[in-house]
Design a protein. Structure first.
Length: 254
């Protein structure tokens, strides 16, 4: 499963870390790489905010959906809190009392196995990257890929989304939570206006951001601001359309 496309995706994520990148969007790409690399059903990055765990980036096959508790409890919470890999190899296996309610919830959601990799920076647990498969985990999936992606997540969080290097991990988590909420809101605005699916609207947002010469989070914030100013007139905003003339390329020092 650790194929050439997965290796290329890892190289692309690593290269992105030395650019001016959008943190929530990069975490979405990491989740998407985990989904493809593990031939998974769902892949999620969940981050700690104090004692609470929040799912901030999700990738899934088709319209796969699951109870939000799958992303914030059981082995995912254990991995985030204890900074160790935690897993359920077969959710349907009898004889195990650990995470009993979680196992039942996983089966109800069509999940056969879960493996969570800790996201750790300077010895501090920031969250976990969790991979959910439709069948039992087995022995063919590349465990090193999961921890590599979790480590890239930690690096992205501690490098930050701005020009100033972040040294406060909690500030990075707050930035991701805020950015993810903004992106979700703008995606909803676009989905409603263009009658798009959520995934199509998310793709539209990324294309609009690139075309307008900004990041996904910044463009999402601008759309939300425009929506707040004129809720009934968002269709007149140039922000939701591709510009008629190309935006000048960004300077290295801008």
């Amino acid at each position: 499963m650790n194929t050439t496309p997965t290796r290329l995706a890892l190289a692309d994520i690593t290269a992105t870390l030395i650019t001016r990148f959008d943190l929530p969007a990069l975490l979405e790409r990491i989740a998407g790489t985990a989904l493809a690399g593990f031939d998974a059903h769902i892949a999620v990055i969940s981050l700690l905010d104090g004692d609470a765990l929040h799912a901030v980036a999700t990738a899934s096959v088709g319209s796969a959906a699951a109870d939000e508790r799958l992303f914030t409890s059981g082995p995912v919470r254990t991995s985030a809190r204890e900074t160790a890999v935690a897993m359920i190899g077969d959710a349907s296996a009898a004889g195990s009392s650990r995470w009993e309610q979680y196992r039942a919830l996983a089966e109800e959601s069509g999940v056969g196995a879960v493996r969570a990799y800790p996201v750790v920076a300077l010895g501090v647990g920031l969250g976990a990257l969790a991979v959910y498969t439709a069948e039992p985990w087995g022995t063919q999936r590349p465990d090193e890929l999961g921890q590599m992606l979790a480590d890239l997540t930690a690096l992205a969080l501690t490098t930050g989304a701005s020009e100033i290097r972040r040294v406060d991990a909690s500030a990075a988590v707050q930035a991701v939570l805020s950015g993810a909420a903004t992106i979700s809101g703008a995606t909803g605005v676009l989905a409603e206006f263009f009658d798009d699916s959520t995934s199509a609207a998310r793709t539209r947002l990324s294309r609009l951001a690139r075309a307008h010469g900004t990041t996904d989070s910044e463009h999402a914030a601008a759309i939300i601001a425009a929506q707040n100013v004129a809720p009934a007139d968002i269709g007149s905003s140039e922000l939701i359309y591709l510009p008629t003339s190309p935006v000048p390329p960004r300077r290295f020092d801008s």
